[in-house]
Design a binder for this molecule. Structure first.
Ligand code: FAD
Length: 429
């Protein structure tokens, strides 16, 4: 198995990517309309949107494009939040505001695949749907309800019986579930590089190896300093997700970064025709969820989390292999070929949050593990926030960052809740 240091994007996705992108480090002083900090999907899609609106945009990436979660994700394109369906969103945000957020989530996968099409992004995009199998009878009732709620607001969603789910997965053991036919999967690293190419094509100025070290207010806006350059602009957007540092301490304290690991089998050969024969992406209903999809060579790419990080490069692939073997006994002879990890920005309420300050600083955080499509849908919203669209016309209501209680301790011990999650999952009937 190829082990890959956790400080680099996925070696699998890099090896499979035909997209290439390189940018210089910032070594001068530039004036712009907007500075975007962070070269993941959020920052790039926002820079692309702003450039299309005619803004002069400078994007600063601390490392290389795709260094963050965007280059390490499982690649599932999901048009649904982790916890809140339409009814729960409406309970939180009644009326038009709730409807706008529901539409944003519903259309998120459309937005991602539209970018793939418009800019011919070569990322092995496969739009054959997303499945959520239910691991208990209770969850099957909830997923049926969820499918009905999403279908009622116009999403291509439907409940699946346990028999239908078994046929779709190529494995039994689930109590039905639901499908969202608008979902699918991509090579997330290739998609991120393709977005960078598209943003540059639309006129955004992108710099790699250019960490925003310091941001400060100047007369007409913001001054952003990097090791070798400076950018001044009236507006600044932070798209730093789980890598958020101290540029805006309140933003960092509003999220808990959680490490998630990925592992991929060697190519499955003929077996690939029997596992996920229709090539969907899958994430089940467990809190410590099981998820997988195939890559273009027929590897099964899956992942999980660990409470203790020691020996992760050995323990995580073994855990994933055991879970996959339980589902697909024929996989027993296949070895795990790739391993990597990344960090996810979790919010306490599991919702995305948009923040806008009167001094021109904007951000959104809270992908909660489902950020690929959401980041594409949030880009025009962040661009609207930057452009001064009034609060009650934005698709997501801006709020003040709310600190996670006891943040310093919570972010260190969050992963130790995992055994409790596994216990809860196993108790569900
Ligand atoms: C292992 C894993 C699996 C996942 N699987 C899925 C999935 O299957 N489906 C799904 O929808 N979502 C998934 N996610 C979540 C998804 O990857 C993220 O929601 C999404 O990529 C977030 O994109 P982003 O641009 O907001 O953040 P990132 O991609 O993390 O980008 C943030 C960037 O900001 C840069 N940065 C930070 N500070 C500075 C600074 N001061 N100056 C300049 N640059 C800075 C970082 O270097 C980084 O590149 C997964 C995440 C992980 C980690």
């Amino acid at each position: 198995m190829t082990s890959w240091p956790l400080d680099k994007p996925s070696q699998l996705w890099m090896a499979l990517s035909r997209e290439r992108f390189e940018a210089p480090a910032l070594q001068s002083e530039i004036e712009a309309d907007v500075v975007v900090v962070g070269g993941g999907i959020s920052g790039l899609a926002t820079a692309l949107e702003l450039a299309r609106r005619g803004r002069k945009v400078v994007l600063l990436e601390a490392a290389k494009i795709g260094y963050g979660a965007s280059g390490r994700a499982n690649g599932q394109v999901i048009s649904a939040l982790t916890r809140h369906g339409p009814a729960a969103i409406r309970a939180l945000e009644p009326g038009e505001k709730g409807d706008r957020l529901i539409a944003l989530v519903r259309d998120a996968a459309d937005m991602l695949f539209a970018l793939v099409d418009k800019y011919a992004i070569d990322c092995d995009a496969c739009r054959n749907g997303w499945l959520q199998p239910a691991h208990s009878e209770g969850r099957a009732r909830r997923t049926t309800d969820l499918a009905e709620q999403w279908a009622a607001v116009g999403a291509p969603a439907a409940a699946l019986s346990s028999h239908a789910m078994q046929a779709r997965l190529g494995a039994g053991g689930y109590h039905g579930g639901w499908e969202h036919r608008g979902g699918g999967h991509i090579n997330p690293y290739a998609f991120t590089l393709g977005l960078a190419r598209a943003a540059a094509q639309e006129g955004a100025f992108i710099f790699e190896s250019s960490p925003a070290w310091r941001i400060g207010r100047v007369r007409n806006g913001w001054l952003v300093e990097t090791p070798e350059g400076r950018v001044s602009a009236p507006k600044i957007a932070l798209a730093t997700a789980a890598h958020t540092g101290n540029l805006w301490p309140a933003l960092r304290r509003s999220i808990v970064p959680v490490t998630s690991y990925q592992a991929a089998t060697e190519p499955l050969g003929e077996l690939a025709t029997r596992i996920l024969p229709d090539n969907e992406a899958v994430s089940d209903t467990r809190i410590d969820l099981r998820y997988f999809r195939k890559d273009r060579d027929g590897r099964l790419v899956s992942g999980g989390a660990l409470a203790l990080q020691i020996g992760a490069s050995r323990r995580l692939p073994a855990l994933v292999a055991k879970r996959l073997h339980n589902m697909f006994p024929a996989l027993r002879k296949k070895r795990m070929e790739f391993f990597w990890g990344g960090r996810i920005a979790m919010t306490i309420d599991r919702l995305p949050h948009l923040h806008r300050r009167a001094d021109g600083l904007c951000a959104w955080v809270g992908c909660n593990g489902r950020g690929l499509a959401l980041a594409c849908a949030m880009a025009p919203v962040l661009a609207d926030a930057i452009d001064g669209v009034p609060d009650d016309e934005l698709a997501l209501q801006p709020s003040k960052p709310r600190a996670v209680p006891l943040h310093a301790i919570t972010s260190r011990i969050a992963r130790f809740i995992l055994p409790w999650y596994r216990f809860k999952d196993s108790c569900e009937i």
